[in-house]
Design a protein around this ligand. Structure first.
Ligand SMILES: C[S@@+](CC[C@H](N)C(=O)[O-])C[C@H]1O[C@@H](n2cnc3c(N)ncnc32)[C@H](O)[C@@H]1O
Length: 433
């Protein structure tokens, strides 16, 4: 019996996320190559689907299994979630989904669990309506979001929280940024269409294209020679707000994996760009990306706020702070945020953001711009954070630059997840007077 199969590998990956609090993206990247190529898409679909719907799936599993499984059998518990996800949400023949899931117990080295998984999934099949009605009674299972995130969304967005939740539970579309040093957006769009891709230009996004269906990047024309990169339209708008010109010195303070660093350089490749990230391993991803796109930036692994550790005393004309944040605008892309983030993280993120703004402000030339962005929808990380900063700094003024289709806030602009089919993002542009 093979040691790897889409379902067994998905169960192992889900266990690492749920029990060891590892990032879904990182564990998928490490484990998926162990699978034969034709099993990878299913494994990825199962991992994302189960993590996205973990709260309702777990609520059903709790009703199916009277006594919780031991920690050492967390992979079997995850396999049950995979089975339920297939029956609830995937268009697979039910008998095949069921028997393949049951057989995966053997792949996981636990043939004793076959009876348990088989009986539980058949019980769900027989009494589906009853189980679904029972879980619909709790908000966290019904909306598939932890209570603390729901509470915060309801407080910040009393009119919009339900549409935010709905957008967060969708699968994110795949969007591309065309490297304008090689092709115009329209030229690349034509190339894609000639190759059989269904795609369209993203409204208000100079370099952006949205694909009809996600695909492997290896299939994209010219990907390896730097014709395009994968990046949501909301992230692409950030660089447009910087208003980049020639001969500027630009700091990208929280840069990894380098999506915006590369975009900054694609706009003006001769500019002097310093890209910092606190995470040395993630910084390597910037190196890979700049190499693929044939761009060059100075890369520094450091805490950007600890300026004595890295700053050479030369001022910057532009500073981008794409701040570490709760990620509540990109839950559709990173559903593990719902599992990994804790309510107590929020205050510590707000403190870090404040520190970055305060410590990097003196590094900006007079007349220069800071663009502060987050992929969060929480006001503490966004407009309240920046209002506090502006109150303390009379030499700072907001420049009104609106990325379409984001809505103006008392300070800056907020795009809620799903608006324009893009990620949720907050943007503000601040000038030093
Ligand atoms: C939202 S991500 C940046 C995404 C990136 N700008 C892009 O477009 O690809 C935030 C990054 O901030 C980094 N980070 C967190 N605290 C930091 C700090 N004090 N100094 C520098 N980087 C930091 C994290 O490691 C993470 O890579």
């Amino acid at each position: 019996m093979a040691k790897h199969s889409a379902r067994a590998t998905a169960a192992r990956i889900i266990t690492l996320v749920l029990k060891q609090q590892q990032s879904l993206n990182a564990v998928l990247r490490k484990n998926i190559s162990l699978l034969p190529e034709n099993e990878r898409a299913l494994c990825q679909q199962l991992c994302y689907g189960v993590i996205r719907w973990q709260l309702p799936l777990q609520a059903i599993a709790d009703q199916l299994i009277a006594k919780p499984l031991k920690n050492k059998d967390a992979d079997i518990a995850a396999l049950l979630l995979c089975g339920l996800y297939q029956l609830r949400s995937m268009r697979l023949p039910e008998h095949a989904a069921l028997s393949e899931t049951v057989n995966s117990c053997k792949t996981l080295g636990k043939p004793w669990a076959k009876g348990l998984i088989n009986a539980s999934l058949r019980n769900y099949q027989r009494n589906k309506q009853q189980f679904e009605a029972a879980i619909a009674k709790t908000d966290k299972a019904h909306y598939a979001h932890p209570k603390w995130i729901l509470n915060q969304l309801q407080k910040d967005w009393p009119e919009d929280w339900q549409s935010i939740v709905e957008a967060n539970n969708q699968q994110a579309p795949m969007m591309l940024r065309v490297n304008r040093q090689q092709y115009s957006r329209d030229e690349y769009l034509k190339w894609l269409q000639e190759q059989g891709f269904k795609a369209k230009a993203i409204n208000g996004c100079v370099d952006g294209i949205e694909l009809d269906k996600p695909c492997d990047v290896n299939a994209l024309p010219g990907f390896f020679t730097g014709a395009a990169s994968v990046q949501d339209g909301a992230a692409q708008h950030t660089v447009e707000l910087l208003g980049i010109k020639q001969n500027q010195r630009i700091l990208d303070a929280c840069a990894a994996p380098g999506g915006k660093t590369c975009h900054i350089l694609e706009v003006e490749p001769t500019n002097d760009v310093v890209a910092i990230d606190i995470d040395a391993e993630r910084l390597l991803r910037i190196k890979e990306n700049t190499q693929r796109l044939d761009l060059s930036a100075e890369l520094i692994a450091a805490d950007a706020g600890d300026i004595d550790a890295w700053w050479d005393k030369k001022l910057f004309d532009r500073i981008l702070i794409d701040a570490p944040c709760s990620g509540t605008g990109v839950i559709r892309r990173h559903p593990d945020i719902k599992v990994l983030r804790r309510p107590e993280d929020l205050q510590s993120l707000v403190n870090k953001q404040q520190q970055l703004l305060e410590n990097l402000w003196p590094l900006l030339n007079t007349g220069g711009l800071i663009v502060y962005t987050t992929c969060s929808v929480f006001k503490q990380e966004n407009e309240l954070q920046v209002m506090n900063f502006l109150q303390k700094h009379p030499e700072a003024e907001e420049i009104k630059r609106s990325p379409p289709p984001a809505s103006p806030r008392p300070v800056g602009y907020q795009r809620l997840p799903g608006e324009g089919n893009m990620d949720g993002f907050y943007y503000v542009c601040i000038r030093k007077i």
